[in-house]
Design a protein around this ligand. Sequence first.
Ligand code: SF4
Length: 434
Amino acid sequence: MDRTEKNLVQEQEGGKPLEPLEPLEPLEERSRLFSSFEWTDYKAQLRNRIRSRDLDRYFTLTESERIGIRETIRLNVGASPYYLSLSDPSDPNCPIRRMIVPREEEAYFSPEEAADPLHEEGLSPVKGLTHMYPDRVLLFSNHECSVYCRHCMRGRKVSDASERMETEDLEECFGYIRSHSEISDVVISGGDPLNLSDAKIDWILENLERIPHVKICRLGTRNPVTLPMRITSELCGVIESHNSDRLSIFCNTQFNHEKECTQEAKEAVLKLVKAGVSVGNQCVILKGINDEGEIMLRLHKKLLELRVRSYYMYDPELIPGSRGFRTPLYKGIEILEYMRGKLGGMGIPQFVTDLPGGGGKVTLGPNWYLGYHRPTRNHVFRSAVRGTVHLSPEPPESGYENFYPILEDSVWDSVRESAYSSEKGVSPRKKGEA
Ligand code: SF4
């Protein structure tokens, strides 16, 4: 195996530049681009990725976008033609467009924002490895992606060639993992690890498989969303060959909107599933893109059709220029409250916020638990489905009664008559409820 092999993007960027052509309207420019190469060839998709300089050919830009493009310093622009094809050339509020094209807000940095809000660098014992949780590490495999998402929390590293991980850097990471027997779970992320060549991915997985205490490997990739043609049978063959008794391989991706749930994406996910890889989704709540219960509900229903399990729904990070994307923390709770009862539990993500300063993730959710009524030893709940109040008794002599938040008497008085219990039976269905 050639360990000095360049990654796919480097290989492709050495390609022949296109001849300059007469400018056309965005829709015509798109047709010209989309028909100029073999659509299902992922290398051709990468070779034809659009950059900052191309945006005004494929979009009718607003003034805010023009400023955003001009002032953007945090993260380069890049998008596969496939992902571009999901966006709207004339609607500046198109959710896909918002994830590709910088806007003016991105140029303003607030004092509370930081390039590395989770202190990943401070928790990095060797270049490219973050060791925050005792049994898990994050391995930064490469700095490139098929699309540079404007909201990327690792924008300080991705798209920056000086962050390139050389073979020696990766070998040093493997050495660290080898010498720490408490590490059982390695998350490979970037950049996008599936932007590396099959041979390099094979080499990385082979190295991890050889470390006896590493049992789990998670590939963090947006390629099923942004470049589904990258999920080839050959790549799946490589992954499957290491998805063994020794090592369990998972894949976590990031669908943020139902517009991304295409037939191509479905086929990519199915290929991974057939290779024995469980595919999970980690969406990010993004202002003006998916920060409404109904939008998130439709996304998560689609994900189940795609055989993608919901995993996390992230509160956006405090990265520089994030004011265009950040939502109030309560949005996540509101979204979960809306979704609960309208979709089976396996379609509902955990709402998490990653604590600034390297505190790790914590989960948040609507409060269905109203409190404990000590005199009657009842727990009092609000139904997520019907909004009714329900009682559930604590087992006799449980020994845990002091652990529960006490329900105030005034609340008890207001709910005791209407509350349902195992004796009182099932609450009536609301009109129109299935
Ligand atoms: S694919 Fe992932 S790592 Fe790459 S820019 Fe998007 S969010 Fe960041």
